[in-house]
Design a protein around this ligand. Structure first.
Ligand code: HXC
Length: 285
């Protein structure tokens, strides 16, 4: 069933701004990444989403394609971001079927709540491998195509429709520390370093590399895994957020459009925190 635009995209953006562009997204069947891709497809892009689960990934691709008549969205399941070979194959299929790759969203993540004492060494390593190594593999496999796109669509102050952009979907846990999230906080700190390094190494060739960090976003897998169930049952969980509400997936999709469209031409090596001010307010008011 087609999802109404108002659920994944603000009406400030003009249709067609991503015409002819291709976005590649890991974790694309998840609640946040699917909204990001849906928004880009609505505005003209074609897309390739990657996931571990074959059925879920394929059916999400079919669903995302309903965002725009005539769009092409492919879903490649059975891909694990921890395997570089598996990523390379998926990227090759994307380029073959969609004709190139202009934007990348590295969104695959692994998460669960666990105290340090309850976390095995393998559990810690697993999350680092999915989040940090997986982001590196995604970057490395897409980089040749991002560079090609950036060369074709150079980034100048007056550029229209530039290419060669990557967004890492991350978190803010490592800025303050976060109980039960040592594995994730360490993994995300690595993603900060990876994105910053990419911004410097490949900025001269027209690539922009940025991070989006979603805060508490309603209806997502992250919230169901990490939310404070007691506070939620009491209807007070959002009170810790300075804006006194949860965010929506649309607000993450809007940030994505900002960074990939011409509005983001001079934004490189940045972290766009979309969390209602949550991370600055660990204890609430
Ligand atoms: C302690 C746990 C655990 C838990 C798993 N492990 N769950 N340890 N508490 N709740 C341990 C296992 O016992 C094992 O260690 C090790 O982790 C690896 O587990 P596997 O199941 O073998 O790994 P794998 O099948 O690769 O699964 C990876 C996973 C799983 C991360 C553990 O949860 C997963 O696949 N998640 C994918 C989806 C996901 O997490 N999405 C979250 C997105 S939300 P031992 O020692 O026993 O071998 C998100 C929110 C961000 O990211 C926050 C934004 C604000």
């Amino acid at each position: 069933m087609a999802i109404p635009r108002s659920e994944y995209l603000s009406n400030v953006w003009r249709d067609g701004i991503f015409d002819g562009k291709v976005v590649f997204c890991t974790g694309g069947a998840g609640s946040i990444c699917s909204a990001q891709v849906r928004a880009l497809v609505h505005l003209g892009a074609n897309a390739c989403i990657i996931g571990r689960n074959v059925e879920k990934t394929k059916s999400m691709a079919v669903n995302i394609a309903t965002a725009r008549k005539g769009s092409k969205v492919i879903g490649i399941g059975g891909v694990d971001v921890r395997s570089f070979e598996s990523m390379e194959k998926a990227v090759a299929q994307c380029v073959k079927e969609l004709g190139g790759l202009d934007y990348c969203i590295a969104g695959a993540a692994g998460n669960f709540l666990a105290p340090i004492a309850g976390l095995s060494s393998n559990a810690f390593k697993t999350v680092l491998e999915i989040d940090t190594l997986g982001s590196f593999n995604t970057l490395k496999a897409t980089l040749p195509h991002l560079l090609e796109s950036a060369a074709k669509n150079p980034n100048t102050a007056d550029s229209v429709s530039t290419g060669g952009r990557i967004i890492f979907v991350s978190a803010t846990f490592h800025y303050t520390g976060m109980a039960l999230q040592s594995h994730v906080a360490v993994a995300k700190a690595g993603i900060d370093a990876l994105s910053g390094t990419t911004a410097i190494e490949y900025g001269p060739r027209g690539i922009t590399s940025n991070i989006i960090t979603p805060g508490p976003i309603a209806g997502t897998e992250g919230m169901s895994r990490l939310g404070n169930r007691e506070a939620e049952a009491a209807g007070s969980a959002f009170k810790k957020v300075p804006l006194q509400r949860y965010g929506s997936v649309k607000e993450i999709a809007d940030g994505t459009v900002y960074l990939f469209s011409d509005t983001g031409n001079f934004v490189n090596g940045a972290v766009l925190v979309v969390d209602g001010g949550d991370w600055r307010s660990p204890g609430g008011m």
